[in-house]
Design a protein. Structure first.
Length: 186
């Protein structure tokens, strides 16, 4: 009677190692895109909130601010209170579909640049104002998603649209170069 040996042959082990190595070369590079995907998703959500604030200010005919906390990564819409309580103060927008948003882990606000302020990850709350006349403050929001992976969001004042630029673009670089609003026109 012949005894069966237990275990694997060297050839079987090598085949398994080659298969695992082949699968790893396909899967591991995808993990690098995970941060990119999270950052793009966060940019899209923030862009949607900006557009919501722009349209909501026109519909409600009231000033709305998008508050941005660079320390916690939270952002939320507020509205100028006109009732007897809190008059002249900005309060959370009641019944807001946008609600409070929060950046995913590993993604942060680098800075928020508006005509009235430049916040570079300080403990102050930044804000972008949207007016009932269909006008918004020009703002530049820089976001980072790890490993020097930046996006720049530029809020256009006349349309409330958000231009998304790959990389960290300084506000000087976002000025129009031609047309009635260019530097040459003044």
């Amino acid at each position: 009677m012949r005894r069966r040996r237990r275990g694997f042959t060297l050839l079987e082990i090598l085949v398994v190692i080659v298969i695992i190595a082949g699968i790893s070369t396909l899967i591991i590079p995808q993990f690098g895109d995970l941060f990119q995907t999270n950052l793009k998703g966060a940019v899209r959500r923030l862009t949607g909130t900006v557009k919501f604030c722009f349209h909501e200010s026109v519909i409600k005919q009231q000033i709305i601010r998008l508050q941005i906390d660079p320390v916690t990564g939270e952002y939320w819409p507020t509205i100028l209170a006109v009732g007897e309580n809190n008059i002249g103060q900005f309060v959370d927008l009641p019944g807001s579909l946008a609600g409070r948003g929060r950046l995913p882990d590993g993604i942060r606000f680098v800075d928020v640049v508006t005509p009235h302020d430049v916040l570079k990850n300080e403990e102050e709350i930044a804000f972008i104002s949207f007016f009932p006349t269909g006008f918004a403050e020009r703002a530049v929001i820089h976001m980072e998603g790890g490993r020097e992976n930046f996006f720049t969001l530029v809020v256009e004042p006349l349309t409330g649209e958000v231009e998304i630029l790959d990389g960290y673009v300084d506000i000087v670089d976002t000025q129009p170069t031609q047309g009635p609003f260019s530097q040459d026109a003044f």
